[in-house]
Every structure is written in structure tokens, then in C-alpha cells.
Design a protein. Structure first.
Length: 158
């Protein structure tokens, strides 16, 4: 029976260590980069937006819902027509649902959703950011639009 050399033992140990650590980025104790949400109102009408984030890898609504908040945005182009929440959730795949109603009790109600896919690894600048905007349309009701900033070479920086 042949004995293994010291190099063979080191090679085997290194391979075992590398294999055991592969995929650690998806472990719960490894921190992910965070996602920032910016909501904007480009119309003259004030709106209340309800924004909810749902993880796509969960089977039940209660487990999937990770963020929900209402934003009151003034009309026009002032500071009160936009706001940002920094680092609200870890940057991963989400279904983002948005509902918007006029703040004066009007009947204008907008609903839409967006599938967010992360693009940054936490060392890149800018970090992942999602924008939700109420945009005017001539002779029609406003609409909700979604956009993101990302890190890959083919992404558009906003």
C-alpha cells in the first residue's frame, strides 16, 4: 500500500476546501449589496404611491413580501415630488408592485408591476437602484414607469 506524499495531501485538502466554499455568496450569512428605491412624480397632480417588493423565490405571499411603504408626492417639480429610500432590501430578484392614487380623493388610480433583476455585486458604483415614476401623457391619464441603474457594461446609468 503506497503512502501519499505531502503534496498529494495538500492538493486533496485544498480541493476539498474550495469545493466546500463554492456558492457561499448565496448563503444567508453572506451580506448582499443593498437596493435603493427612488419614487418621482412628474405630473401637476399630487399622488400617494404604495410600493411593495416580493421575493420571487417564495411560494407564499407572507413569505415573499419583504418591503411595503406609502409615499406622498406633491405635484410639480419641487423637492416634495420625489423621495429616495436608501438600502431598503438586499439586491436580488423581486416583483415590484405599485399602486398610485391622487391625494385629493380623485378617481385616478394607476397600477403596474416590474420584475427587478440585480446587476451590481456590491463593489460597483453606482449601486443597484430602481426608479418608479408617475409620468404625464397628453390627453390621457398618467402612467407608471420603471427604470433601473446598473453596473454591467450594457446597462444605462441614470
Amino acid at each position: 500500500m503506497a503512502l501519499h506524499s505531502r503534496r498529494d495531501v495538500l492538493r486533496l485538502g485544498s480541493a476539498a476546501a474550495a469545493t466546500s466554499l463554492a456558492g457561499c455568496a448565496s448563503l444567508p450569512f453572506v451580506s448582499r449589496p443593498k437596493l435603493t428605491l427612488t419614487v418621482l412624480n412628474h405630473t401637476e397632480q399630487a399622488y400617494r404611491l404604495t410600493v411593495d417588493f416580493y421575493r420571487t423565490d417564495r411560494n407564499e405571499r407572507g413569505e415573499a413580501h419583504v418591503f411595503g411603504r406609502e409615499y406622498d408626492l406633491a405635484g410639480g417639480n419641487g423637492e416634495e415630488s420625489q423621495t429616495s429610500d436608501e438600502n431598503i432590501v438586499p439586491s436580488r430578484r423581486y416583483l415590484v408592485r405599485v399602486a398610485a392614487r391622487t391625494r385629493d380623493g380623485g378617481v385616478t388610480s394607476l397600477r403596474d408591476h416590474y420584475h427587478f433583476y440585480p446587476d451590481c455585486d456590491g463593489t460597483d458604483e453606482p449601486s443597484d437602484r430602481i426608479y418608479v415614476e408617475v409620468e404625464p401623457r397628453p390627453a390621457r391619464d398618467p402612467r407608471l414607469s420603471f427604470s433601473t441603474s446598473g453596473c454591467s457594461p450594457d446597462s444605462i446609468y441614470l
